[in-house]
Design a binder for this molecule. Structure first.
Ligand code: GLY
Length: 444
């Protein structure tokens, strides 16, 4: 029987999902709903529709005609707007949680309070404010803080002391700005450590992990410049990271398992989709920074090309509550992903300019993101344009492959040449070593 899969989304992450879907040994037909025509996804599809991803009514005719066996939802906005609930009315199960469960990503206050209520470890000190009452005192109590608006902000709303502002007065002003928009604000202690992404398939109480990845959010080399959606990422052949051991990944997995159980109890139904934990390894163990209810972008492009299991079979098991009956296995390969982004990104990106990929060669995997195929060539739309993924036995070899490809893109783009390099990774390893040593010293 042919399995009809509907993909919702149009970025690099969704191109990787599309590729994993059509590579499945299952007989598959792929369909997509995109807000613009991603040339990589369009090529892999049997049919597609261009529609606003949160305008569900505009999808009705298409989904009724293709009658997908299940849908995979790429980005957070349709999940937050309730696409899984809408699709359920048409008997289309989704890899992606319903609106109430997607609060794991769409409300930072919800996730923190859930973890607190169910006594789940990995929680930094935090408080949720709906007014300024007690705000000054709490900022002073914590000393070093992170200020988070409660809702979705496209990765650009969280501000960290020392990175985005210096003083507690500035933290106060930013918190007040959020409160003035009738939004809740979460104030948390600032954690020091190294961040990593653990993406898991979750169905009820069953949690199956993808290999861990480290993303690079800052726009420029050496982690300088404004925050972006992620400029690139790497993973290691042993499915750990050079600064992370098996015990750290076990801690992160245990947190996700407990959150999966807790959210089912809290919402009265099972979470079915991706839980992508943004974790941080600190001197006091692994802590949770935030959850996303979807795959990471770029992180999806590191892990999906490594899957050895039948991706479609695993997705079917997930949506039907039988994830405990399947396994997910991955190639023991290292990966490095680097995005070519338009000059001026993220603040004032050039748009409408063409890029030429004719010199990038064939060694790296190419994932199209914010680009469209036009008569004049491959035209950039303003966000991260094209990602290149090197896959090899070591991070260093994978980095060379990705760097060769991304540096040969012709056009007004830039990329981070330091991602996946030995120098940057050694800095991360030394950072953790220093934190652990200081912690040991402070116990003497
Ligand atoms: N890599 C960051 C994100 O997907 O949110």
């Amino acid at each position: 029987m042919t399995v009809r899969v509907l993909l919702v989304g149009n970025g690099g992450r969704e191109h990787a999902i599309a590729e994993a879907t059509v590579m499945s040994p299952t007989d598959v037909k792929l369909y997509a709903i995109m807000s613009y025509k991603n040339p990589g996804i369009a090529k892999l599809c049997d049919d597609y529709r261009i529609a606003d991803l949160t305008n569900f009514v505009a999808m009705k005719e298409f989904i009724q005609r293709i009658r997908p066996n299940f849908a995979i939802i790429g980005p957070e906005a349709p999940l937050g707007a309730g696409i899984a609930d809408f699709f359920e009315e048409y008997n289309i199960p989704t890899v992606g949680p319903k609106k109430s469960l997607a609060r794991l990503e769409t409300s930072k206050a919800f996730t923190r309070e859930l973890m607190q209520k169910y006594n789940i470890e990995g929680l930094p000190r935090f408080r949720v404010f709906e007014s300024s009452e007690g705000l000054t005192e709490y900022l002073e109590e914590l000393g070093q803080v992170v200020v988070k608006p409660d809702g979705l902000t496209g990765g650009k709303g969280v501000k960290v002391q020392g990175d985005h502002f210096k003083t507690l007065n500035e933290a106060y002003d930013y918190a007040m700005e959020i409160l003035s928009k009738k939004q809740k604000v979460v104030i948390e202690e600032k954690l020091e450590g190294e961040e990593f992404s653990l993406q898991s398939f979750v169905s009820g109480e069953t949690v199956l992990d993808f290999p861990v990845v480290q993303d690079h959010k800052r726009a420029y080399e050496e982690d300088k410049g404004p925050n972006t959606g992620g400029m690139g990422s790497y993973s290691d052949a042993n499915h750990l990271l050079p600064f992370l051991d098996e015990n750290d990944v076990k801690q992160a997995h245990a947190i996700t398992e407990k959150v999966a159980k807790a959210i089912m109890k809290e919402c009265g139904e099972a979470y079915r989709g991706v839980m992508y934990g943004g974790f941080i390894k600190t001197a006091n163990g692994v802590k949770l920074i935030e959850y996303n209810a979807r795959f990471g972008d770029p992180e999806a492009m590191n892990v999906l090309p490594l899957i050895k299991s039948d991706f479609v079979e695993v997705c079917q098991a997930l949506v039907s509550g039988k994830l405990d009956r399947v396994k997910m296995e991955f190639e023991n390969k290292a990966t490095v992903c680097k995005y070519a982004v338009p000059e001026g990104y993220p603040g004032k990106p050039v748009k409408g300019e063409t890029i030429d990929l004719s010199l990038v060669g064939k060694d790296a995997r190419v994932f199209y993101a914010s680009v469209e195929d036009k008569p004049e060539g491959l035209v950039m739309l303003g966000s991260r344009a094209v990602a290149f993924v090197g896959i090899a036995d070591t991070i260093s070899e994978a980095e060379s492959i990705a760097e060769f490809a991304v540096s040969r893109v012709k056009g007004p783009v830039f990329h981070r040449s330091d991602i996946g390099t030995r120098r940057l990774i050694e800095r991360r390893v030394k950072h953790i070593r220093r934190l652990l040593q200081n912690n040991d010293g402070s116990k003497d």
